[in-house]
Design a protein around this ligand. Structure first.
Ligand SMILES: [Zn+2]
Length: 106
């Protein structure tokens, strides 16, 4: 088994499974952990997380998730790369915010 890494914490199990579907449709094997525990601890809910192989984790995965959450077509600003003013991260054009530090594109 490859080393796994959590890349997304969902608000609820359905969201976690949606993200898993997005990743798997992009050819990235993913699994949801913690969805069976959701709500089992009363006042200490365990949020489900989506895990992928550590080797697959990176900007591409963050982009897929951000696109899904924002409902933004991945190809809209594909050629307009920008550099984050907050942390210097190089970002694909479809990001409106830096996935690394959260700074809004200026
Ligand atoms: Zn940044």
């Amino acid at each position: 088994m490859p080393r796994m890494k959590p890349i997304f914490t969902a608000k609820h199990p359905a969201e976690a499974h949606l993200i898993r579907g997005v990743l798997e449709s992009a050819g990235i094997p993913a699994e949801v952990r913690g969805d069976q525990l959701y709500g089992a601890f009363g006042e200490l809910p365990v949020l489900p997380t989506v895990w992928i192989a550590a080797a697959d984790a990176g900007a591409e995965v963050q982009r897929l998730i951000a696109d899904f959450l924002n409902g933004t077509p991945a190809h809209r600003h594909q050629h307009e790369r920008w550099v984050c003013a907050g942390c210097g991260e190089h970002l694909e054009g479809q990001f409106t915010d830096c996935w690394n530090c959260g700074t809004t594109r200026s």
